[in-house]
Design a protein around this ligand. Structure first.
Ligand code: ADP
Ligand code: ZN
Length: 519
């Protein structure tokens, strides 16, 4: 059967998407390939169809052991002869799959990477006929990535052992550097690269300052997405529950989904979301893996995602059908404080914390950019784009202002407070001091005596919060401890010593630039 016949008769689809056809042709002809395609782009068919068209068994290496059973069941339901070998099986189950393989009764065999370190698996593959190797989630070979699997390093030997069998490596996350690393480590330097665009033009990206998040969300849903299906992501189980209750109380049917609910409730909520129209799911990021609902009209984040990869994947669940959809994120000072704290207290070594920190910085840069969000998002994945006209910064260009003087005022207030040994103060106290407010706490610590008291009345409270947030994002300010104490960083001195200027993004609610600065 030809590739397109297989697509129609086995999988029931009319036509190929994007580069699927060229990838499949290349593999069927015996070439090696490296495929970069966003989640939901249709990577599976790229190796499943060549496995069916070529003679022999297609061997798929995947680290997602938990999904193998489902993948194999789905293939069997289509009449494809598939099996898997991983550590969840007992001896008898493994034997059954192995003998099916040897009898030539399999089209596809899914393998956990550690299986290939076992000599018996190698000799099993030697006794049968392999039509191709597909290495899924190929970024797991990268030692610098967030998903490194040591077993993936051994996969470079596939080529030495079976030089005539074509190989395809697939991934949804890879910067240019990671892509080159994958090619080198998997001995795929001669492979043809297929890089799909990561652009999702029908998704409108919007990132707004967090003010009263539930009210902001409600307004978005009532004015722009009445009756639409959508996903609302929250960081904690408690806020999932609260937000779902809040929406339901306000006439929007919303179902909670998080790891603390029992399996039955979770499964019930998920299947209602898939089957019924216009339901909202409020969830932690536990929700969404493998969810394939085409008409999700919005994805809203009430808390800051930990990385751009996460943000891209979660927002990518909107608008699979190609119709206009919204990706909306509310983000505030507290998000930065909270996430930095989570990183500081996270388990793992220094290198791990640095990695988390790099991911957070990239996410913050996306939030604070004055450029097109899409251009910035694509650049993160190593792709070029033009200002899109379909994101908040394109539709409503923010201005930047010279925040050097404001930053100096704020940093010197932090410096003064830092001198009071033993006492620790957060953003609220610092802002009260700058605004010259004689609150009980200001009077108690005699902060009205400080030289910086009242020097910041040219900005409003929310503008000051914006300054704090952006200085945190630019690492000119740090937070410490349980109470979000503000502290100076290594770079703060450059601003205080007037050796560095600071550009800040204008907060949307501000109409004019503050008096103390030029645009
Ligand atoms: P990925 O592995 O890249 O995340 P999948 O292979 O799981 O994506 O495909 C995502 C969804 O798109 C699946 O439901 C799949 O059946 C569907 N799909 C893939 N290719 C096509 C196609 N050519 N026509 C229609 N649907 C497709
Ligand atoms: Zn744009």
């Amino acid at each position: 059967m030809s590739a397109v016949d297989t697509l129609r008769r086995v999988f029931g689809y009319d036509s190929f998407r994007g580069e699927q056809e060229s990838i499949i042709d290349h593999l069927v002809a015996g070439g090696d390939a490296l495929v970069l395609m966003p989640t939901g782009g249709g990577k599976s068919l790229c190796y499943q169809i060549p496995a069916l068209v070529r003679e022999g068994v297609g061997v798929v290496i995947s680290p997602l052991i938990a999904l193998m059973q489902d993948q194999v069941d789905a293939l069997k339901a289509l009449g494809v002869r598939a099996g898997f070998l991983n550590s969840t099986q007992d001896f008898a189950q493994r034997r059954e799959v192995e003998s099916a393989f040897l009898r030539g009764e399999l089209d596809l065999l899914y393998l956990a990477p550690e299986r290939l370190r076992v000599e018996s698996t190698i000799s099993l593959l030697d006794k049968g006929r392999v039509s191709l190797f597909a290495i899924d989630e190929a970024h797991c070979v990268s030692q610098w990535g967030h998903d490194f699997r040591p077993d993936y390093l051994g996969l470079s030997e596939l080529h030495e052992r079976w030089p005539d069998v074509p190989r395809v490596a697939l991934t949804a996350t890879a910067t240019q550097a990671t892509r080159e690393e994958i090619a080198t480590r998997l001995d795929l330097t001669g492979a043809k690269h297929f890089v799909a665009s990561f652009d999702r033009p029908n998704i409108q990206y919007r990132i707004v300052p967090k003010d009263r998040p539930q009210q902001q969300l409600l307004k978005l849903l009532k004015t722009e997405h009445a009756g639409d299906a959508g996903i609302v992501y929250c960081l904690s189980r408690a806020s999932v529950e609260k937000t779902a209750d809040f929406l339901t109380a306000n006439g929007i049917e919303a179902l909670p989904y998080h790891a603390g609910l029992d399996n039955r409730t979770r499964a019930a909520h998920q299947s209602r979301f898939l089957r019924e129209d216009g339901l909202v799911v409020v969830a932690t990021i536990a929700f969404g893996m493998g969810i394939d609902k085409p008409d999700v009209r919005f994805v809203a984040h009430l808390d800051l995602p930990k990385s751009v990869e996460g943000y891209y994947q979660e927002t990518g669940r909107a608008g699979r059908d190609g119709l206009p959809s919204t990706a909306w994120l509310a983000y505030g000072l507290q998000d930065v404080v909270q996430q930095r704290k989570m990183i500081d207290t996270s388990e793992g070594d220094l290198a791990h914390r640095r990695r988390l920190s790099t991911h957070l910085d990239a996410m913050l840069a996306l939030c604070e950019t004055v450029e097109c969000r899409r251009v910035q998002l694509l650049a993160y994945f190593g792709q070029e784009g033009q200002p899109c006209g379909n994101c908040d910064t394109c539709l409503n260009p923010p201005t930047a202002w010279d925040g050097t003087v404001a930053a100096q005022k704020l940093l010197s207030a932090v410096y003064r407070l830092d001198n009071e040994r033993g006492q620790r103060f957060g953003a609220g106290q610092v802002i009260d001091i700058l605004l010259g407010r004689k609150t009980p706490k200001v009077e108690q610590f005699r902060h009205d005596q400080l030289s910086v008291f009242g020097v910041g009345t040219d900005l409003s409270e929310s503008e000051w919060r914006g300054v704090v947030r952006q200085l945190l994002a630019q690492r000119l300010l740090a937070v410490e401890g349980d109470y979000g104490t503000l502290a100076l960083t290594e770079d703060s001195g450059e601003v205080l010593g007037r050796r560095r200027t600071v550009r800040l993004r204008t907060e949307p609610e501000r109409t004019a630039a503050p008096r103390s600065s030029a645009r």
